[in-house]
Every structure is written in structure tokens, then in C-alpha cells.
Design a protein around this ligand. Structure first.
Ligand SMILES: Cc1ncc(COP(=O)(O)O)c(C=O)c1O
Length: 372
């Protein structure tokens, strides 16, 4: 596998593939075939072939993840689905951490504003140990906590959270647990049904090479009647899982190409490719840390394919300054995630078979030019 498997601009160093996913050309071609079939005979495709292809995709996603799932468009939609099903009442609480994904925290706030519930935020230092992370969630629980949103891999800070331990503490206190595993599929060896959570959602379009708008939502069996699609449609009378299969007239080709994306993931080595990407990222962390005079990756809890290196103090202190540094790097043909967390600046590196040492060196050079 190489960068030429994708439509990526070869003049650019693409060091942040997890943000929006990268789609192999063969997968895009498969998706285009589904779209052409829809155009060739819309009536038959939408009535007959389409539903069968969606059901096939849903089953393929479940097989890949090791548990039966339904399809949603993305992790954001999954969280909104779970928040809607939580049936929050005035005075009840949703617990999130300050590492949680911003859009999903907004979703929690929107639901809380509408229902009179409250969002409580558990603060976690970026270098926290697993024990400290569990303790932070435990400290945020109250008798009013109804739902806890936990990241499998935090977006900005790339930490693998001890989800099972957190879920155990939450269950003891009677709270529902949703795992936002946006970055997990094809990246973490994590089975949705083995964490003690009530719901779990992962994007296949980040690390599993499926087109955008392909995500999986796992719902614990006893909650499958309660957690319903946000947009009930013609499949509604069939109940779970089919009532998630259709949300009105739309382009479902992203879902239909899930088996093609997963086949590509397997064809480049599957978990072996993930392990190779992690080793190459070890080297990337060395290269960038050496250039910045940083001590290496910030936490031992970082994800296999995403790690933070601390930037020299003072330059990135808020969203505006992180956006400004990102723009400087981008102007030099380097696409990388510049992160601000707790008033400190970091660069988030990724590992992927298409990223070479040359790409890490380009990032190191671009950063050195900025911090010289
Ligand atoms: C932890 C986490 N949750 C949710 C999302 C949102 O994903 P999507 O935009 O596909 O819903 C992201 C995206 O990076 C993420 O990292």
C-alpha cells in the first residue's frame, strides 16, 4: 500500500488521516458503482437492490467489529441518537470529560438545554494515569447522573481511555454509558459488547477505509427497543435492527461500500498493518520530538496510531493560535493536527501505511521553521 492508493494530492504531506478518513480509489470506485446502479434504475435500486445492499453492509460491519450493530452516518449522529433515547429529565445529569469531542459535548448541551438536564464535565490532566482517569469520572458521578459519555480514544489528546473500568464504576452508580469510539474501528482491538457499556459507536470512515458517512452503533440487547433511529422511516415497522436502515430518500452508497472498505483494510495487512503503522509512528515521534527538543510522546496511554508531542511553550495557547499554526504548516504543504488543550500546544501525529519517515521529517522541518 502507498499514498498512490488514494486520491491524495502528492504535493502535500498528509499526516492526519484519522480526522476525516482517507478513501482508497478502489473503494471510491465501488461506491461509484452503487451510485451508477441507482442512476440506471432508480425505482428498482431504491426498492429492491438498495435495501439488500444496506443489510449486507450492516452485517459486514457487525462481523468486522465482532458484535451486531446498526448503521448510522457518523459518531456525532450516534451520540445524538443515544442522547435522545436517554429521555433526560429536569435535574438529571450527563457526565462528559474535558477530553470529549467538542461537537458531541454540544449535542449533550443542546439536549440538556431542551430538557432542563445539566452537563457536568470531569477534568482530566493530559498526562493522567488510567487510575486518575477512572477517578476523575468517578468523582463526576452524582445520584442524578443518567448518562456518561466516554471516549475510547480522545480526539484532541489521543488517549486510550480505560473504558471498561469507567463503565464498571458508572454501572455501579446506575448510570448509562455511551462509548464514543469514533477512532476505534480498524485501529483498536476493542469489541463493543465487551466493555460493560450500554451503547458504543465507531466510525468506519476513519481507520477502516470506508467512505464518509459510514459508522456503526452497537446497542446492548436490553436497550434495543429504547434506542431508536433519530429519523424513523419505512423500515420502522420492522423494528431493530432494520429500523436504522432507512432515513428517507438519500445516497446510501457510503454504507453500501462498507464491505469494500473493510476488504481494503484486510488486503493491506489488517492488524499487522496497524502494528506496522504504530512502529513507524514511534519513529515519527522521535523525529518530531528531536526537532522540537521535546521529551517524546506526552503520555504512555496514547493510541497506537495517534500521539501527541508537546510544542514549545507560549505559541499555541488557545484555538485561534492553534488555527494560526495549522495554517502556517498547511501553507508549507504539511497537513497535521495542531492541538490546544488546557492552554498548552501540541502536535498530534498519526501513523498509517501511507505515511513515511519523509513525511515526519517534512513536519519536523516545518515546525522547526516556525519555532526557530
Ligand atoms: C472522539 C470523537 N468523537 C466524534 C468524532 C466525530 O466524528 P464524525 O464527525 O464522523 O461524527 C470524532 C472525530 O474526529 C472524534 O474524534
Amino acid at each position: 500500500m502507498s499514498a498512490s492508493d488514494f486520491a491524495l494530492d502528492p504535493a502535500v504531506h498528509h499526516l492526519n488521516p484519522g480526522a476525516f478518513g482517507i478513501v482508497p480509489a478502489v473503494v471510491r470506485a465501488a461506491q461509484a458503482r452503487y451510485q451508477r446502479a441507482a442512476d440506471a434504475n432508480p425505482m428498482r435500486f431504491h426498492r429492491v437492490d438498495g435495501p439488500a445492499l444496506v443489510a449486507r453492509a450492516r452485517e459486514a460491519a457487525g462481523e468486522f467489529l465482532g458484535a451486531e450493530v446498526v448503521l448510522v452516518r457518523n459518531a456525532t449522529e450516534a451520540a445524538a441518537t443515544v442522547l435522545a433515547a436517554a429521555d433526560l429529565r429536569a435535574g438529571e445529569e450527563v457526565l462528559v470529560s474535558d477530553h470529549g469531542y467538542g461537537a458531541i459535548a454540544h449535542s449533550a448541551r443542546s439536549t440538556a438545554e431542551r430538557t432542563g438536564a445539566r452537563v457536568r464535565v470531569a477534568p482530566i490532566p493530559v498526562g493522567a494515569t488510567s487510575e486518575r482517569i477512572v477517578a476523575a469520572f468517578a468523582a463526576g458521578l452524582t445520584d442524578r447522573t443518567k448518562l456518561v459519555l466516554v471516549d475510547a480514544i480522545s480526539s484532541a489528546t489521543a488517549l486510550v481511555l480505560p473504558v471498561a473500568e469507567i463503565a464498571a464504576v458508572c454501572r455501579e452508580r446506575g448510570a448509562l454509558v455511551h462509548v464514543d469510539a469514533a477512532h476505534a474501528p480498524g485501529h483498536l482491538r476493542q469489541r463493543p459488547d465487551q466493555l460493560g457499556a450500554h451503547t458504543w459507536a465507531g466510525n468506519l470512515h476513519k481507520w477502516a477505509y470506508t467512505p464518509n458517512t459510514s459508522a456503526a452503533l452497537w446497542i446492548a440487547p436490553e436497550h434495543r427497543e429504547r434506542v431508536r433511529p433519530l429519523v424513523p422511516s419505512w423500515e420502522f415497522p420492522h423494528g431493530y435492527p432494520r429500523w436504522f436502515d432507512h432515513a428517507g430518500t438519500s445516497d446510501y452508497s457510503g454504507w453500501m461500500a462498507i464491505p469494500d472498505g473493510l476488504a481494503y483494510w484486510a488486503s493491506i495487512g489488517g492488524w499487522d498493518a496497524v502494528d506496522a503503522g504504530a512502529r513507524s509512528l514511534d519513529r515519527g515521534v522521535e523525529v518530531v520530538s528531536a526537532a522540537l527538543g521535546a521529551p517524546g510522546q506526552v503520555s504512555p496511554l496514547h493510541a497506537p496510531l495517534m500521539r501527541l508531542v508537546r510544542l514549545p511553550a507560549g505559541r499555541v495557547v488557545d484555538l485561534a493560535s492553534s488555527n494560526a499554526l495549522y495554517a502556517e504548516l498547511s501553507a508549507r504543504g504539511v497537513e497535521a493536527a495542531v492541538v490546544e488543550f488546557g492552554g498548552e500546544g501540541f502536535v498530534r501525529l498519526a501513523g498509517s501505511p501511507h505515511i513515511t519517515e519523509n513525511d515526519y521529517r517534512a513536519l519536523a522541518d516545518a515546525l522547526t521553521a516556525q519555532f526557530a
